[in-house]
Design a protein around this ligand. Structure first.
Ligand code: ADP
Ligand code: ZN
Ligand code: ZN
Length: 729
C-alpha cells in the first residue's frame, strides 16, 4: 500500500510532520508536491506531500486516507526549497512550504480556493460542415453557428457573441451530431495580451557586450549542471543593465532553460515588467499581489506547465514554479524589500542564491549601489557610464550645523527659487512623514510619547498626534499635562511641513507629496506618473521618491537630513545613506538641462556622504568593508537576532535570560552572543533582543533552532512572543 508523507500546513510551532497517510486506489497519481486535504485529529487541513514510500512504520489500520487532492501540485524542487527556508530561517516546515504553494490555495481546509476556469470549446463534425451546403433543416442560429465553425473550433463564449447562440442551441446541434463540444481551460489574464509583437534588442555598447558575454558564457545548457556562477552587475541607472537582463534571458531560453527576474516593490517598477512583456510576449508570466487571485493562479499554472518560461515579480517570485531555471536576475539587489519582515523571515536574495546553486542557474545581481556582501562575494561586471553618455550630476554637501530656523538651508531655498522662476522640476527627499517630528513643553521639557510604544508622537497637519509604529492617535494638546504651560514647541520637520513651506515659497508651482500617508490613499505609481508628465513641479517625499523611477528632466535634487539614519544604532546605516544619496542623484538630471544635487547634513564628513558626493562606489565599499571586518559584521560573520516580547516586563526579561543560556550552551567558542538588550516598547509589549554573530552559519542557525524548540517545549515562553531573524536587515 503506497504511503504519502504529508506535512500539514499548521501555523503552530508545536506540531511538525511529516505524517503518514495511506494512498487509496483513486489517488494513485499522488507524488512529492501534491497538495492534499487530509484529516488531522478532528480537523481537515491542507498538507503537502514531501515524500512517498512503500510502507509505513505504523500499522496500516492506524493510517488515515487523504480526503481530496487539489488541482495543482508543486514541483519537487520547490518542496525542497520551501523546506530549506523553514529550517534556514528558524521557522517551521509548514510555514516554509506555505511559500511555494500555488496562489489562492489558502491553508485552511475550508478556505475558498481558486480553481482553474473551464469553458466549452465547440467544433463542427464532418456532418455538420456538410449540413450548411446540404439539405439539412437548420434554424437561423444553428446555421450561424455552423458557419462560424467553418474556419475551425471556437469557444462557446465567442459563438454567443458572434452567432448569438446559447447553450440550448449548442445542445441541439450536438444532439443531431453536427458539432462536438469539450471542456478546455480558460486562462485569466490581467494584462492585455495584444503585445505579441516580439521586438528585437538594441545594438549593445562595448561594455554591455563584455558583461553579457560573461553571463551567457556561464549559462548552462539543458540538463547541464556546471558549477554555479554568480555575478554582480554594477552600473548607474541608465547604464543599460535591464538590456543585459533581457538578452541574458533570451540566451537562457535559447538553451531551453527558464529565467526568473526579481524586482523590488512592484508599484515602483512597472517599466521592467513592461519591457519583458514587450520583448517576450506570452513567454513571460507576472506574479505579484496586485494581480487578481484568479489571474495569478493561472499565471502560476502557465509557469508550472512550461507555457511561460520567464517569470517577473517581487521577492515571492523566487519561488516561481519554473522547471530548469538557467538564469535568476535580482534587479536593484540592494533593495530592502527582498527581505520578508514576517515569519518566515527569508531573504529572497539568499533563496535565489540557493536555488541557483541547486539548479545550476546563473545568478545575476544588478545595482548602482551594491551591498558590501555582494561586492565582496560576487564576480564583478562593470557598466561605468550611462548609455546616453551623460555625466552624473555634481553633488554639493550643505552644512546644517549652527542651528537654522527651518528645514531648508538658505542655499537650498535659493536653488528652489531658481527652479520656481525657470519653471523646472525638482525632487526633495526627507525621511520623515508628518508635520513636526515631536512636541516638547518649553517650561518643563515634557515630551509627548505614545502610551503603547516608547517613541515620540508625530504631529500631523490635521492637528493630530500620531504614533508611527502602532497608529495610536490623539488630538494636539493645548497645554502641558505636567505643568499646565501653554508654550509647546514643535521640533523637527516632516514631509507635510516641507510640502507646505515649498508650496508657499514657489506658488503657483505644483508640489506633489509622496509618503506612506498619501500612498495609503492613492496609487503612488499614479502620482509619480503625474509628476513625470507635468512640465514643472516639485516632488516631496520619503525614500520612495528615490526608488524605481527616473526623471530625466529633474534639474534639482535635495536630500534633507541625509545623515538622519547615521544616528541610529544600525550597522547598515552607512550603506543605506550611501545608497539613498547615490540612487537619488543617479535618477535625476539626465536630460539636456543637466542637474544639481544638494545634500543637507550635520555629519558632513561621514564616509557615506563624502563618497556619495564623489560618486565613488568602489571607494565607499572598500572603506565600509574594512570597518565591517574590524567590527565582525557581514560579510565577515552571520547575524541572527532573537526578539522576545510580552506585556509583563519581568517575564520577558526572565525568558530572555533563559533563552540566552539555552543558546550559549549550544554555540561554539568563536561565536559571540550579545544581550539581552532592551528594544523600545512596541504596541504595549516590552521587548528584549539577543544577537548572535557567528562565522559558521549552519551551526549557529541549528543551535538557535534547537534552543528555541527547547524553550517552546519547556513552556518557558508561555504568553510571550518570540521571533528569530537570520540575516536581519
Ligand atoms: P538600467 O537598467 O541600467 O537603468 P536600461 O537598460 O534601462 O538601463 O537602459 C537605459 C535606456 O537606454 C533605456 O531606454 C534603454 O532602452 C536604452 N539602452 C540600453 N542599452 C542601449 C544601447 N546599447 N543602445 C541604445 N539604447 C540603449
Ligand atoms: Zn510642561
Ligand atoms: Zn504606538
Amino acid at each position: 500500500m503506497p504511503i504519502a508523507k504529508v506535512e500539514p500546513l499548521l501555523t503552530t510551532r508545536r506540531v511538525s510532520g511529516p505524517f503518514d497517510y495511506r494512498v487509496p486506489e483513486g489517488m494513485s497519481n499522488i507524488e512529492v508536491g501534491s497538495v492534499l486535504v487530509v484529516p488531522f485529529g478532528r480537523r481537515r487541513v491542507v498538507g503537502v506531500v514531501v515524500g512517498v514510500a512503500d510502507r509505513s512504520d505504523l500499522p496500516e489500520s492506524r493510517l488515515a486516507e487523504p480526503l481530496e487532492a487539489l488541482e495543482a501540485g508543486v514541483p519537487a524542487e520547490l518542496v525542497e526549497l520551501g523546506g530549506w527556508v523553514g529550517e534556514e530561517y528558524c521557522s517551521t516546515p509548514a510555514r516554509g512550504l506555505g511559500l511555494v504553494l500555488p496562489p489562492g490555495v489558502g491553508t485552511g481546509a475550508e478556505a475558498r480556493r481558486v480553481k482553474p476556469l473551464a469553458e466549452l470549446e465547440v467544433e463542427a463534425t464532418p456532418k455538420g460542415r456538410e449540413a450548411i451546403s446540404g439539405g439539412e433543416r437548420l434554424g437561423l442560429r444553428q446555421r450561424a453557428v455552423l458557419r462560424a465553425l467553418a474556419s475551425g473550433p471556437k469557444r462557446a463564449r465567442q459563438l454567443a457573441a458572434t452567432a448569438g447562440s446559447d447553450r440550448a442551441t449548442l445542445r441541439r446541434l450536438e444532439g443531431r451530431g453536427l458539432i462536438t463540444t469539450r471542456e478546455v481551460e480558460r486562462r485569466r489574464r490581467h494584462h492585455s495580451t495584444g503585445v505579441g509583437a516580439v521586438r528585437d534588442g538594441v545594438e549593445l555598447t562595448d561594455d554591455q557586450r563584455v558583461a553579457l558575454e560573461a553571463v551567457t558564457g556561464a549559462l548552462p545548457g539543458v540538463d547541464e549542471r556546471s558549477a554555479p556562477r554568480s555575478f554582480l552587475l554594477h552600473g548607474v541607472t541608465g547604464s543599460g543593465k535591464t538590456e543585459i537582463y533581457l538578452e541574458a534571458a533570451r540566451a537562457a531560453l535559447d538553451r531551453r532553460r527558464g529565467a526568473i527576474v526579481l524586482v523590488p516593490e512592484i508599484a515602483l517598477t512597472p517599466q521592467t515588467m513592461d519591457r519583458f512583456r514587450r520583448r517576450f510576449g506570452d513567454s513571460v508570466a507576472l506574479l505579484h499581489s496586485r494581480i487578481p487571485a484568479g489571474a495569478r493562479y493561472d499565471e502560476w499554472r502557465r509557469l508550472r506547465s512550461g507555457e511561460a518560461r520567464i517569470c517577473v515579480g517581487p521577492r515571492s517570485a523566487a519561488f516561481a514554479p519554473i522547471a530548469d531555471p538557467g538564469l535568476i536576475v535580482i534587479d536593484e539587489e540592494h533593495d530592502s524589500s527582498y527581505k520578508q519582515e514576517s515569519d518566515p523571515r527569508y531573504d529572497a536574495r539568499e533563496v535565489a542564491r540557493r536555488r541557483a546553486a541547486d539548479t545550476g542557474a546563473v545568478l545575476l545581481c544588478g545595482t548602482a549601489t551594491p551591498r558590501p556582501e555582494s561586492w565582496y562575494e560576487l564576480e564583478h561586471l562593470e557598466l561605468p557610464s550611462r548609455v546616453d553618455g551623460r555625466a552624473l550630476p555634481p553633488v554639493e554637501i550643505v552644512d546644517m550645523r549652527g542651528g537654522l530656523p527651518g528645514p531648508l538651508h538658505p542655499r537650498t531655498r535659493e536653488a528652489f527659487l531658481r527652479v520656481g522662476q525657470e519653471g523646472g522640476k525638482a525632487i526633495l527627499l526627507i525621511n520623515r512623514r508628518g508635520w513636526s517630528t515631536h512636541l516638547t513643553c518649553r517650561s518643563c521639557g515634557h515630551a509627548w510619547e505614545c502610551p503603547h510604544c516608547d517613541v515620540s508622537l508625530v504631529l500631523h497637519r490635521d492637528e493630530v498626534l500620531r504614533c508611527h509604529h502602532c497608529g495610536h492617535a490623539e488630538p494636539r494638546p493645548d497645554a502641558c499635562p505636567e505643568c499646565s504651560s501653554v508654550t509647546i514647541a514643535r521640533v523637527g520637520s516632516g514631509t507635510q511641513r516641507v510640502e507646505a513651506e515649498l508650496g508657499e515659497m514657489l506658488a503657483p508651482l505644483e508640489v506633489f507629496r509622496l509618503d506612506s500617508d498619501t500612498a495609503a490613499r492613492r496609487d503612488h505609481g499614479e502620482l509619480l506618473q503625474r509628476f513625470e508628465a507635468a512640465d514643472s513641479g516639485v516632488l516631496v517625499g520619503t525614500q520612495m521618491v528615490a526608488k524605481g523611477h527616473d526623471f530625466p528632466d529633474v534639474t534639482l535634487s535635495v536630500v534633507v537630513d541625509a545623515d538622519g539614519a547615521l544616528r541610529l544604532p544600525d550597522f547598515r546605516s552607512e550603506e543605506r545613506t550611501f545608497a539613498l544619496i547615490t540612487q537619488l542623484a543617479g535618477r535625476s538630471g539626465r536630460g539636456q538641462a543637466g542637474g544639481r544635487v544638494l545634500v543637507q547634513a550635520l555629519a558632513t564628513g561621514a564616509p557615506s556622504i563624502r563618497h556619495a558626493a564623489r560618486h565613488d562606489s568602489a571607494g565607499f565599499l572598500a572603506e565600509e568593508l574594512e570597518r565591517r571586518r574590524v567590527l565582525r559584521y557581514p560579510p565577515f560573520s552571520h547575524l541572527i537576532e532573537i526578539a522576545l516580547g510580552g506585556s509583563d516586563e519581568a517575564r520577558v526579561e526572565g525568558a530572555a535570560e533563559t533563552v540566552r543560556e539555552l543558546v550559549a550552551d549550544r554555540l561554539s567558542g568563536d561565536d559571540e552572543l550579545l544581550g539581552p538588550a532592551p528594544l523600545f516598547r512596541l504596541r504595549g509589549k516590552h521587548r528584549r533582543r539577543l544577537l548572535i554573530k557567528s562565522g559558521r552559519r549552519q551551526e549557529a542557525v541549528a543551535a538557535v533552532r534547537d534552543a528555541v524548540a527547547t524553550a517552546v517545549r519547556d513552556r518557558a515562553l508561555r504568553e510571550l512572543s518570540i521571533s528569530v531573524d537570520v540575516d536581519p536587515q
